[in-house]
Ligand binder design. Structure first.
Ligand SMILES: C[S@@+](CC[C@H](N)C(=O)[O-])C[C@H]1O[C@@H](n2cnc3c(N)ncnc32)[C@H](O)[C@@H]1O
Length: 208
């Protein structure tokens, strides 16, 4: 769980992520909020891969869900942050405030499950996340999942959000290298069918 510093970051407070090894990274909130700060090339490529009803797990402020609906593709976002869900609904994205591991509508029938912005690492357990994606997909469905472009295995860490005013609780997060995609997919009863490099980022198509 990201804790309420994440909500404050979405509201504009400058936050960063600290790993338990001391490494600090900027939280790419402005990229998540979309608009002129979005990674437009990446977003376009992801949107092109979403065919048929799409569920975005950990949708954040919902820019991808909103754009899919604008294009006539039914899409639903799911996120446990009430602030993110409020922002998503505000830009026209249908979105549910829920843990992605709780019961969700349309389980077993979605054409696309989206795991963007490193969400395959949710909770530090990529296999659990991919198994959840597999549960949600219909028979010919496809999970569109971003991996880390540099081959690095699975790096499971404790991380926390910080700002100049507050420090959030530690939580688990995994970075998952594209080199692991085939094995992880197979363990989740999915099949790696395509790898799509997009600039310095990479998306894998995993079919049910
Ligand atoms: C790295 S951010 C990704 C943001 C999002 N994909 C976007 O484009 O804005 C991770 C998101 O996953 C959500 N999240 C983390 N664990 C979750 C869970 N178990 N269930 C639902 N949402 C979760 C967080 O609230 C956060 O919005």
């Amino acid at each position: 769980m990201l804790g309420n510093l994440y909500d404050r970051a979405l509201d504009g407070e400058r936050c960063w992520v600290r790993n338990d090894d001391g490494e600090v990274r900027k939280l790419p909130v402005r990229r998540w909020l979309g608009g002129r700060h979005a990674d437009a090339r990446f977003d376009r490529a992801v949107l092109e891969l979403c065919a048929g009803p799409t569920i975005d797990l950990g949708c954040g402020p919902g820019r991808l869900v909103a754009e899919l609906n604008r294009r006539g593709i039914p899409a639903l976002g799911v996120d446990q942050s009430a602030t993110a869900i409020g922002l998503a609904r505000g830009i026209g994205a249908p979105a549910l405030c829920r843990d992605v591991f709780e019961p969700l509508p349309g389980a077993g029938r979605w054409a696309t499950v989206l795991l963007a912005d490193g969400n395959i690492g949710l909770g530090g357990d990529p296999l659990r996340v991919l198994r959840r994606a597999a549960d949600l997909l219909g028979r010919r469905g496809r999970c569109v999942a971003e991996f880390d472009a540099t081959a690095m295995g699975i790096r499971n860490r404790w991380v926390r959000l910080e700002s100049s005013r507050a420090i959030g609780p530690w939580f688990r997060w995994a970075s998952v290298g594209i080199d692991c995609a085939a094995v992880l997919a197979a363990e989740a009863s999915l099949k790696l069918t395509e790898i799509h490099p997009i600039g310095d980022r990479v998306i894998a198509s995993l079919t049910a």
